[in-house]
Design a binder for this molecule. Structure first.
Ligand code: NAP
Length: 281
């Protein structure tokens, strides 16, 4: 079964749009998401455009603040402080990566935790690891939603996550653990990676290497979640970290790229914005 993140997210966004319609009567306004884009990196521009489009679909007010690459860290922190103090702003997202002269950790930590719709603030991360209420990071949250929507039983399963980044690998491992999977985290220093991945019943791949996971690395019936967004060096088209064509016949469930995890990430950003808005009211 191929899980379409595109279809699932469309369904969830339609439900959220219905919910948001009732907000002006109840709360006097709709949720407001502010996205800050520094520079003009094409991938970042396209992600920010996608977030604005999804906001429009759901009925969330979206403001995109565009700043040149030359903006200083102090100026950026000042903008964030203004947004933190603005009662009409519910969510603040700084599109990453930032230029080298800006300390990303400092910028993320400057966002008010209650407006941190990305779930990257250290207090949100700490809350996640302590199983306390928090804003979950969008990509891992979307992955769990996809597994559940596909009817995948997670409890007791052997899950292998390749990649240990703060935004995907680490938090999705924690969420799988919270769903009672037995989680193995693999990375660039893992020995005999194929042996590890062949033992997976659920395999999540977030490394950023086109078609890195080949058919011989996956056992029959595995659930495969492909987080990677890469350019196929042969065709120039978007592709994942998984060799989809070769693995799809072996997998019980698999996500495509594009149209898999990506749309779910944006969908969860919308959900997080609504959650932050509701917490303020
Ligand atoms: P990242 O920060 O670059 O981390 C990559 C991880 O992959 C690292 O932990 C690294 O291991 C591991 N790795 C690299 N080469 C490896 C190898 N040969 N064998 C095993 N592990 C290897 O990446 P990220 O930010 O998590 O993103 C990963 C991919 O997901 C990218 O393609 C990105 O564009 C995509 N992504 C998609 C979405 C979405 O919504 N669809 C969201 C976020 C990211 P070490 O730690 O040992 O270096």
């Amino acid at each position: 079964m191929v899980i379409s993140g595109k279809e699932l997210s469309a369904r969830l966004k339609a439900e959220m749009a219905e919910q948001v319609k009732s907000f002006p009567a109840k709360y006097g306004r709709v949720p407001h998401l502010v996205v800050i884009l520094v520079g003009e990196d094409p991938a970042s521009v396209s992600y920010v455009t996608g977030k604005a489009k999804a906001s429009a679909e759901v009925g969330i007010r979206n403001t995109t603040i565009r700043k040149p690459e030359s903006i200083s860290e102090a100026e950026l922190l000042e903008i964030i402080a203004g947004l933190n103090a603005d009662p009409e702003v519910d969510g603040i997202l700084v599109q990453l990566p930032l230029p080298k002269h800006i300390d990303e950790d400092k910028v993320i930590a400057a966002i008010d935790k209650s407006k941190d719709v990305d779930g990257f603030h250290p207090l949100n991360v700490a809350a996640l690891w302590q199983k306390q209420p928090c804003t979950l990071p969008c990509t891992p949250k979307g992955i769990i939603k996809m597994l559940k929507a596909a009817g995948v039983e997670i409890t007791g399963k052997r899950a292998v996550v390749i990649g240990r980044s703060n935004i995907v690998g680490l938090p999705v491992s924690k969420l799988l653990l919270d769903e009672n999977a037995t989680v193995t985290m693999a990375h660039s220093r893992t020995r005999n990676l194929a042996e590890v991945t062949r033992g997976a019943e659920i395999l999540v791949v977030a490394i950023g290497r086109p078609k890195f996971v080949t058919a011989d690395m996956v056992s029959e019936g595995t659930v495969v979640i492909d987080v990677g967004v890469n350019r196929d060096p042969e065709t120039g088209k978007l592709c994942g970290d998984v060799d989809f064509a070769a693995i799809e016949p072996k997998a019980s469930v698999i996500t495509p790229v594009p149209g898999g995890v990506g749309p779910m990430t944006i969908c969860c950003l919308m959900e997080n914005t609504i959650e932050c808005f509701l917490k303020r009211h």
